[in-house]
Design a protein around this ligand. Structure first.
Ligand code: NAP
Length: 273
């Protein structure tokens, strides 16, 4: 679709943002459906000025990434109740000048898990207590799952467990838990931590489903070991894809072309020839 006077502008605000996979994913989706929309990266330092700019320029929707997911909240006109509970917004839906905040990270995680397991009444062991664990934890409770958190730093982990009203245990003891699903929301398995396992290999058979939200690499050591242990596995692309699909649907009111978006992500990650 050629850019013209009627093209609608979307984007992602973060800092840094140049590494983001979202422009490829959303422009791929807009193109596939022939929508006259374009999605750009915005490297934002001053959140207040950026929010004024979005309103002034008639921008229609914005993804929000690190470090701005909490900082945008005071500048919203309305916020989704789950996003408010999580305390983080990753999606802005802008109608004229009114900015509404949503969080689709938890929707993405729930949809990814729901492809393998019914979440209502399921037991889930969540590893980690950072930003992603927080969104995933609130989302799992929304879906009616019962939660246990295991993480490295006690004060942080216990703080999140208090908020979610669930048990916490040290990461080193995660292998003592048996649950329907295990979700790794730590950075273990990614980049320089690629060789690290967040839980002992011998204990993976305690879980029916293992989801890793790390997506670089896709076949993390945890998922390789989980497959050997006979678990069903879900890689980090699924959450990334479905949080983006939920954004697309909020912005367009149309069903997201998830296969196109998946291929755009795979190409960006270097998996497609
Ligand atoms: P974060 O807020 O920095 O939290 C990181 C968590 O990992 C913390 O709980 C931290 O422990 C733990 N951790 C890191 N290294 C560890 C180690 N060596 N041993 C034990 N625990 C360790 O990061 P985040 O934003 O939640 O992101 C976490 C991971 O998810 C990243 O790899 C990110 O790329 C990935 N991610 C994926 C998606 C997706 O859509 N697939 C979305 C967002 C993020 P402490 O509690 O001790 O600090």
């Amino acid at each position: 679709m050629a850019i013209n006077g009627a093209t609608e502008l979307y984007g992602i605000m973060g800092n840094p943002v140049a590494h983001s996979l979202s422009p490829a994913m959303h422009n791929g989706a807009f193109g596939a459906l022939g929508l006259n929309k374009v999605y750009l990266p915005f490297a934002v330092q001053d959140v207040a000025q950026a929010m004024t700019g979005f309103r002034a320029l008639g921008i229609k929707g914005v993804s929000v990434t690190i470090p701005h997911k909490q900082a945008v909240i005071p500048y919203l006109d309305t916020i989704d109740p789950v996003a408010e509970k999580i305390g983080a917004v990753n999606t802005l839906v802008i109608n004229n000048t009114a900015i509404h905040g949503e969080n689709t990270d938890w929707l993405g995680a729930n949809r990814a898990l729901s492809e393998k397991i019914s979440l209502k009444g399921a037991s889930v062991l969540l590893l980690g207590a950072g930003g992603s664990a927080r969104a995933i934890g609130f989302g799992l409770l929304e879906a009616g799952a019962s939660l246990t958190i295991a993480s490295r730093t006690p004060e942080k982990g216990q703080g999140l467990a208090r908020l979610l009203d669930c048990p916490w245990l040290p990461l080193a003891e995660a292998g003592t838990v048996t649950a329907d699903a295990l979700v790794n929301a730590t950075s273990m398995g990614m980049g320089s931590q690629q060789d690290l396992l967040p839980i002992a290999r011998e204990t993976l058979a305690n879980f029916g489903v293992v989801m890793d939200i790390v997506y670089a690499p896709l076949a993390t050591r945890l998922l390789q070991e989980a497959e050997k242990a006979g678990c069903q596995t879900i890689d980090g692309l699924a959450m990334l894809l479905y949080q983006g699909a939920a954004q697309f649907e909020l912005w367009t009111g149309q069903q997201a072309p998830v296969e196109v978006m998946r291929q755009s992500l795979l190409t960006s990650l270097g998996y497609n020839p």
